[in-house]
Design a protein around this ligand. Structure first.
Ligand SMILES: [Zn+2]
Length: 409
């Protein structure tokens, strides 16, 4: 990822690397930061001093050293991110709800709230996001946080251009070509970074979850859509148009079935919650069926409904195998609201995966994570922290200038 000036202090690669190491591995001694980052000890010491002076890092209470000789020879207190100083804000926009999270600068959740989103027209949604953000700011200030002029992280499903904050297509909100980052930035008077919701969740998993310390992994989400985000060689893969990882649109299904994206045979066209429900209604002849009652029917042994879930599981398993064959992740993390009925998919997913994964790829462990949507909102806040550390995109509003550093407490 190209690193430009504008993050902590100067936003240099060394500053970003030291901050990120303290964030994901702290409290950590400078000597260990040097080993992790490949920077010289002198460089780490210089950068750490700058970041401490700016209030981004602090010394952790001294840990007992392994032995007295080490302690005397290397009087270095471990460093960690200065958690209390700055609130980081994340909001995930769902079809009927906004979920907001205020994290400290170390990414720990401090405040979370939910608000219904009754009207998903763009203007109404922007107004609702701005009102919700102001409420979160008040809550954060009441909790003792400094509200720094760094980005609000926004996440939503769909084809999102992270670099410009532009929403090209979000099927579940019915949005096409929406300049969301700029609109929200003007409404809230702060910079805004916009990210695909699964990619944002993956940043949180990489820093704080099952991806911590792992350089290659995939997050696959099942539910309203079939999403995926990839971390390769330690970096989130966005691709040239920010759409890398869209396994929901791999053509592994029935070519006669058209997807909402316009293509045919997409995994999502048969395995999303809506697709499952449509098929279950067709096979039972019950138009009043909900996804919850379909799950109950399957669990009570209805063969027709069970077969529909198994078919979806097979397609998801084939998609996971495609990811494993292409990128060789160390692990695959499955999340999303669909994991609440994972028992109905699991056998088919694992069988299809074992059948199609090539060679050693079939050994890739598949972990199932039942993460609440607050954790997704935390991902949006993590993207805001990421933007602070590794500013990598154009400004989304010319009139909102990033200020160098954050205010001191
Ligand atoms: Zn599709």
């Amino acid at each position: 990822m190209p690193i430009q000036r504008g993050g902590p202090v100067e936003g240099t690669p060394a500053e970003g690397a030291v901050f990120l190491t303290a964030l994901t591995a702290g409290p950590i001694a400078r000597v260990d930061i040097a080993r992790e980052t490949g920077l010289s000890s002198a460089a780490v010491t210089r950068v750490a001093k700058l970041l401490i002076d700016e209030g981004y890092l602090e010394y952790a209470p001294d840990q007992p050293a392994a032995n007295d000789e080490t302690r005397m020879g290397r009087p270095s207190s471990p460093l960690r991110v200065h958690a209390r100083q700055t609130g980081s804000f994340g909001i995930i926009v769902r079809r009927d709800e906004l979920i907001g999270m205020v994290c400290d600068l170390a990414g720990a959740p401090r405040v979370s709230e939910r608000r219904p989103l009754a009207d998903t027209t763009v203007a109404a949604a922007v107004a609702a996001i701005a009102a919700f953000y102001r409420e979160l700011v008040e809550r954060a200030e009441a909790a003792g946080f400094v509200v720094a002029p760094h980005d609000l992280g926004l996440s939503l499903s769909g084809d999102i251009d992270h670099d410009t904050g532009y929403v090209r297509y979000s099927p579940f909100l019915g949005w096409r070509d929406v300049d969301l980052g700029a609109a929200v930035s003007v409404a809230v008077g702060a910079p805004v970074v916009v990210e695909n919701d699964v990619k944002a969740l993956t940043v949180a998993e990489q820093w704080f979850g099952l991806g911590r310390g792992i350089t290659n992994f995939a997050v696959v989400t099942i539910g309203t859509g079939i999403g995926c985000a990839l971390v390769v060689d330690g970096g989130l893969v966005r691709g040239a148009h920010s759409v890398a990882g869209e396994i929901g649109h791999l053509p592994l299904g029935d070519p006669a079935v058209q997807c909402h994206c316009g293509a045919h045979g997409c995994v999502e066209a048969e395995a999303s919650t809506k697709a499952l429900l449509d098929s279950c209604r067709a096979v039972t002849g019950r138009d009043d069926l909900t996804i919850e009652s379909a799950v109950e029917l399957a669990r009570s042994g209805d063969d027709g409904v069970r077969a529909i879930f198994a078919r979806a599981g097979r397609l998801i398993g084939l998609a996971l195998a495609s990811v494993a064959n292409l990128l060789g992740p160390e692990r695959v993390i499955v999340a999303g609201e669909g994991v609440s009925s994972f028992d109905l998919f699991e056998t088919a997913i694992r069988e299809a995966f074992a059948e199609q994964a090539f060679g050693a790829a079939h050994q890739v462990p598949i972990h199932v994570r039942d993460l609440p949507f607050e954790e997704w909102a935390r991902g949006a806040a993590a993207v805001a922290i990421q933007e602070l550390v590794f500013p990598s995109r154009q400004r989304v509003a010319a009139d909102v200038r990033r200020r160098p550093g954050v205010r001191r407490v």
